[in-house]
Design a protein around this ligand. Structure first.
Ligand SMILES: Nc1ncnc2c1ncn2[C@@H]1O[C@H](COP(=O)(O)OP(=O)(O)OP(=O)(O)O)[C@@H](O)[C@H]1O
Ligand SMILES: [Mg+2]
Length: 251
């Protein structure tokens, strides 16, 4: 059991820290193994599908329908997966345009867990982009509990320090294993004094730099495209190191 292949990573952290961008970049890196990756986008306040995929490529599909349908089947999940641009290995499962917290009936933790279990059968790898506000997303809380690992994305700002002071007590329970989280400092600008923030987060293992090219990719729906030059050199090895730590480097 100790060597069981890890398959599911939850990406969670402070608001605006780069959880979604990091989740997508991790998926792109994993797809180089020529294995299927599903990115689950939990944001039910600002649906992320329209912020990641050109609208004319978005079919009628939503994770909200999967979580609240009377019955849950693999077929239902497959029907709601959206291909991510031209990458044949990466697909998305998220809320669609104009949806909000009240679009669907409530669902329970059991349904969220069942969906994540089925996703393990459907995909080689699953990355869950959790909401910062766990209290508003049962799916995010379930993912924190059942994922093989959690990447805790720590924004390099005082808001992040404040957020963790408020939210970490909510996941103290041993079922969340917060001490096992893999911590990454994210969106780090040179003036931000990363060292001080690292200390306040109890040390971090990975440092994702702030790069205008990443910001531009996100703003222009091109996150699936590779970075190049100096920026690739600064960013890609960090993403590769996280993938290596969680999923191993092998095929
Ligand atoms: N490494 C980076 N370099 C430059 N910009 C980044 C980087 N990571 C994220 N960003 C930018 O920071 C902003 C927030 O990123 P993102 O949406 O991924 O954060 P989030 O943690 O998912 O936010 P939310 O809490 O709203 O879900 C976006 O504008 C994104 O383009
Ligand atoms: Mg996000």
């Amino acid at each position: 059991m100790a060597n069981k292949q890890k398959q599911m990573l939850a990406v969670w952290g402070s608001p605006g820290s780069g959880k979604t961008v990091t989740a997508v970049k991790l998926a792109a890196e994993l797809s180089k193994k020529k294995k299927n990756v599903v990115v689950v986008l939990c944001d039910n306040t600002a649906p992320m599908l329209p912020a990641l995929v050109k609208s004319h490529k978005l079919p009628e599909a939503s994770v909200g329908g999967v979580l609240t349908a009377p019955g849950l089947t693999q077929e239902l999940i497959l029907k709601n997966l959206i291909p991510f641009d031209k990458n044949p290995y990466v697909s998305l499962l998220g809320y669609k345009a104009e949806e909000n917290l009240y679009t669907y009936a409530e669902y329970g933790k059991e349904r969220a867990v069942d969906m994540l279990v089925l996703l393990r059968h459907i995909a080689d790898y699953v990355i869950v982009d959790c909401t910062s506000a766990l209290t508003g997303s049962i799916l995010s809380t379930a993912a924190l509990e059942v994922a093989d690992d959690v990447l805790r994305v720590c924004g390099c700002d005082l808001k992040a320090v404040s957020y963790f002071a408020s939210y970490l007590p909510l996941i103290e329970d041993h079922k969340f294993k917060p001490e096992k989280h893999i911590k990454a400092l994210s969106n780090t600008r040179p003036y931000q004094g990363g060292g001080e923030y690292e200390n306040s987060f109890g040390g971090v293992k990975h440092r994702l730099p702030y790069l205008p090219a990443v910001e531009e990719q996100a703003a222009t729906l091109r996150l699936m495209e590779p970075l190049s030059g100096k920026e690739a050199k600064a960013y890609d090895p960090v993403i590769a190191a996280i993938v290596g730590e969680v999923f191993g480097d092998g095929q």
